[in-house]
Design a protein around this ligand. Structure first.
Ligand code: NAP
Length: 344
């Protein structure tokens, strides 16, 4: 007999989510007869993606539908296909996907993003250095921000999973890169480990002035993971023809209402500034090139990555909350069994 384990959304969080917003359930699991284009996956790794918090809200402006109360939490997961009616993902394939906080997970792979994990890569790598956040950073910088060598690039959330990769790609492209992060330890790491040119602790001092001091020639490209006051401060320092890459707005995710934009829009007009949002899925056809570039940079030691790996399916909601307090050090993952470390 197989036992399924799952975390259900019990009520809509008010502010940061807490364990009582969810209910843990165990039940006997019998493989269902799959409809065409579906896969049954045994999940082994759960990525703490900030945007899940948006999906916990009532229907609003999020791209994905909101999670129904009483339904398993929609989530970024990785695991192995146990049964399949989708020829792209035969039994035994390892995948990363939008699944659920469930051990046994049935997903409509015709609708939700599912990507195969190549042989030789374990699920930690597939969710970390070669994962969706890293690839998001790749396209956000190379396709949306398009910085030129010698330009100044500013990155918020720079010590996090997506931001740390974006910042390093900026360096690889020949930019002067300044990172914004919470606290002196993260700032030290950005400069001493990742080789950024400067780092700003956004919790200490006036942010507009700190950006002005560390970016004396202004900001050409701002890669924004945070929004709110940090976006506003960057806009105050943006150069003529500046580009703002809207990757995330984490500062507003706990508020359960649409996130506010910057206040001085005339600055965009007089500065001929471009601000653009994007999703990794916009670049699905270009993933092979991205993976090749990323692998080369990692092998050459030019791109570093750190994962913050926790364990235990029972700990998912508690660990997930840490993404909003900044206690994560790198890509925050929860591993729930040894298949996470298999490479084929
Ligand atoms: N567009 C896309 O397709 C896409 C894909 C992936 C991720 N994203 C976005 O990228 C951003 C980063 O996600 P991630 O998964 O890489 O997480 P992460 O950066 O590894 O972790 C989140 C970090 O955000 C910072 N943070 C949290 N609340 C904050 C607040 N109120 N103000 C300022 N900083 C705050 C914390 O770092 P500090 O200690 O520095 O505060 C925390 O460690 C999110 O906005 C996410 O939605 C977008």
């Amino acid at each position: 007999m197989k036992t399924n384990r799952e975390w259900i959304l019990r009520r809509r969080p008010e502010g940061p989510c807490v364990v009582d917003d969810f209910e843990y359930r165990e039940s006997e699991f019998v493989n269902p007869a799959l409809e065409p284009g579906h896969i049954l996956v045994h999940n082994s790794v759960f990525l703490c993606a900030p945007t899940l918090r948006n999906w916990m809200d009532a229907p609003s402006n999020s791209l994905y539908p909101s999670i129904d109360l009483g339904a398993p939490v929609l989530a970024t997961t990785a695991g192995r296909v146990l049964e399949s009616t989708d020829d792209r993902f035969p039994v035994g394939t390892r995948v990363t996907m939008i699944g659920h906080w469930q051990k046994y997970d049935v997903v409509n792979s015709a609708v939700w993003p599912v990507r195969s994990v190549p042989e030789g890569q374990d699920l930690i790598e597939a969710m970390g250095p070669m994962g969706m956040n890293a690839l998001t950073a790749y396209f956000g910088v190379t396709a949306v921000g398009r910085p030129l060598a010698g330009e100044t690039m500013l990155v918020s959330g720079a010590a996090g999973s997506t931001g740390s990769v974006a910042a390093q790609i900026g360096k690889i492209m020949g930019c002067r890169v300044v990172g914004i992060a919470g606290g002196p330890d993260k700032c030290d790491w950005l400069i001493n480990e990742l080789g950024l040119d400067a780092a700003i602790d956004y919790r200490a001092g006036n942010l507009v002035e700190q950006i002005h001091e560390t970016c004396p020639n202004g900001v050409d490209v701002f890669f924004d993971n945070v929004g709110g006051e940090i976006l506003q401060a960057a806009v105050e320092n943006i150069n003529k023809f500046g580009r703002i890459v809207l990757c995330g707005q984490i500062a507003g995710y706990n508020e359960s209402r649409p996130v506010q934009g910057p206040t001085n829009m005339m600055r965009f007009i007089y500065g001929s500034v471009r601000m653009q949002g994007f999703l990794l899925g916009d670049y699905e056809d270009e993933l092979p090139r991205a993976r090749e570039d990323m692998a080369t940079w990692i092998n050459e030691g030019r791109l570093k990555h750190r994962e913050d790996v926790r364990t235990g399916f029972e700990n998912i909601p508690t660990v997930y909350g840490e993404i909003f307090t900044g206690t994560n050090e790198g890509t925050l993952l929860i591993v729930t069994d040894e298949d996470a470390y298999a490479t084929n």
